[in-house]
Design a protein around this ligand. Structure first.
Ligand code: ZN
Length: 150
């Protein structure tokens, strides 16, 4: 295993054991539930938007290490971002975990999201890593529906 892979695994383990922004937001103006029946992962994403900007974001739920770490890193990454920036990152993240080539222009800087690059080798885990992102999209749409990876 390469040093990079073990570093990535450490970050994922750290976020799964000590998830960031792991609480409800009182009076959240957007929220959505997500579920990945394949693995049993469940997540709730809470958002507080000011205009077009994600002023505050948090999550709750239970699931495997990958789904918890992904939700934790998502909240860390998206706090302070606009809807548009969140959408661009969603698309880049989706390409990363499904093993599609990135934009030739390079796309947005992935930062910590890069730790999920190894997930593309494990198709079952792609849904675990993507759950929080699908749920985020539902929350931004303010959809009352439950986001599902199925
Ligand atoms: Zn999972």
């Amino acid at each position: 295993m390469s040093d990079l892979n073990s570093l990535y695994q450490e970050v994922i383990l750290d976020h799964s054991k000590r998830p960031r922004n792991f609480h409800a937001i009182e009076n959240a103006d957007h929220r959505a539930n997500g579920s990945n029946p394949l693995c049993g992962d469940k997540v709730i994403i809470y958002l507080h938007l000011v205009g077009d900007r994600i002023e505050d974001i948090s999550f709750q739920g239970s699931g495997c290490a990958i789904s918890t770490a992904s939700a934790s890193i998502l909240t860390e990454t998206l706090k302070g971002k606009t809807r548009k920036e969140a959408q661009v990152l969603f698309e880049a993240f989706h390409k990363l975990v499904t093993g599609q080539p990135m934009d030739s222009a390079g796309g947005p800087p992935l930062g910590k999201l890069a730790v999920f690059s190894g997930v593309s080798e494990f198709p079952v885990r792609v849904k675990c890593a993507s759950l929080a992102w699908h749920t985020l999209r539902s929350a931004l749409d303010n959809s009352a529906a439950v986001a599902s990876t199925e």
